[in-house]
Design a protein around this ligand. Structure first.
Ligand code: C5P
Length: 396
């Protein structure tokens, strides 16, 4: 989990999407961040400062000239306190001001004075977004290290469809956490994570797969991103949304996953194999749909899939997962040795609140020397951070 008590300065500007900033403020506050909101004058036409005050439990800055405000006395106080500045929604106007280095209100002043990363989530009319002035301003800010997230295509305030909508809040949230973790303990490291259950075709409509939801692998990938790592997520099909800020490679079969992993580990510091890779696949997939009326019974001949972890070797740390239904620790210890792993994360999939599909997991982490650490039941995001804590000691 990202380091709590970090300060997010949330700049809200005058767009119809300003109400969505309340949801962002709520989510960050709920996660334990200190959220200080700065509203431009026009933002206050769309949403009341009181909304943010109640959500964040913090004073909201609405002007530079409030002599009673703790922030206006020292007009760069928030610039210095910020671990990240997020502007959502960001109008063409604030983007232009930032690109020119202007500082004529509290938000532009804070951006000019801060050394923290700045994330910009634009929302505006599509013609404003495509206007050469805006294009130049965005290019200028990008070159200077500002991060843009969005905009998205969709229905705009004008009623027409176009590119200019505030992008999804999940993406803004993820990119902000990534910016916060830029100097984290995994900065400069490349981590490859696999996730999901592979699908081995039987015919064009059927496949052999398993109950993996991909949640544990996605949690590891996002936690690594939030700690500064460059992350490649190799994902078998899942129902999960693609987390922002990751390089995502979609695969279906164990064979596809093997090829993707072999390529990705060439530049990796660690491989975390959280995917539930099929152990067997049909020897031959039928090219046409197998018809029920043509057969009384059907036997499918299976062969072993390649063992990715056992095959992919190199000077990177290798972490495996062991989903067991009995003798969890004994089986996992045997697997660490057999596959020559640095770490294995084992769990009992027969427990209700663990394993497939659950949002929580109770795992045991075992290292190559056989040292066993039992973790309590935790949200998968926290399990991911515990795994990364161990991984970091090995990377050192
Ligand atoms: O041997 P078992 O399948 O239980 O090992 C589980 C671990 O090995 C997981 O980390 C899984 O991602 C990986 N694995 C693999 N290739 C396979 C099967 C499993 O890399 N064909």
């Amino acid at each position: 989990m990202a380091d709590k008590m970090k300060t997010i300065v949330l700049g809200v500007t005058g767009s119809i999407a300003a109400y969505k900033a309340a949801e962002l403020a709520s989510r960050f506050t709920g996660e334990g961040f200190r959220v200080d909101v700065i509203m431009t004058e026009s933002a206050q036409q769309f949403i009341a400062p009181l909304t943010f005050r109640n959500i964040t439990g913090r004073p909201v800055v609405t002007t530079m000239w409030d002599i009673d405000s703790e922030f206006s006395v020292e007009h760069v106080a928030l610039a210095e306190a910020a671990d990240v500045v997020l502007i959502a929604p960001a109008t063409a106007n604030i983007i232009a001001k930032m690109a020119c280095g202007m500082a004529d209100d509290m938000l532009s002043c804070t951006v000019l004075a801060t050394k923290a990363p700045v994330v910009i989530a634009p929302a505006m009319n599509d013609n404003m977004w495509s206007n050469p002035f805006t294009r130049e301003n965005v290019a200028k800010l990008t070159k200077r290290g500002f991060t843009f997230v969005g905009p998205a295509r969709g229905r705009l305030a004008s009623g027409k469809m176009g590119l200019g909508r505030l992008t999804g809040l999940d993406d803004i949230y993820g990119i902000t956490l990534q910016a916060l973790g830029r100097k984290g303990d995994l900065a400069g490291k490349h981590i490859v994570v696999t996730a999901g259950g592979t699908q081995e075709p039987v015919d064009p409509v059927r496949c052999l797969t398993n109950h993996s939801s991909g949640k544990m692998g996605y949690a590891v990938a996002e936690a690594a991103r939030n700690r500064g790592a460059e992350v490649t997520l190799i994902s078998a099909p899942t129902a999960l949304a693609a987390p922002p800020g990751l390089k995502i490679i979609g695969v279906k079969t164990a064979e596809d996953m093997l090829k993707a992993v072999q390529e990705a580990v060439k530049k990796a510091d660690a491989l975390v194999m959280a995917a539930a890779v099929a152990d067997f696949r049909p020897v031959k997939a039928s090219s046409q749909k197998i018809k029920r009326q043509d057969l009384n019974e059907l036997t499918i001949e299976l062969e072993k899939t390649p063992d990715i972890l056992a095959q992919v070797k190199g000077s990177f740390i290798r972490v495996g997962f062991a989903a067991e239904s009995h003798d969890v620790v004994a089986n996992a210890k045997e697997k660490v040795k057999r596959k020559g792993l640095d770490l294995i994360v084992a769990n009992d999939i027969t427990e209700m609140d663990c394993g497939f599909g659950a949002d929580t997991n109770r795992v045991t982490i075992i290292d190559s020397k056989g040292k066993v650490e039992n973790l309590p039941l935790l949200p998968k995001g926290e399990v991911a951070d515990k795994i990364l804590d161990k991984l970091i000691t090995l990377l050192r």
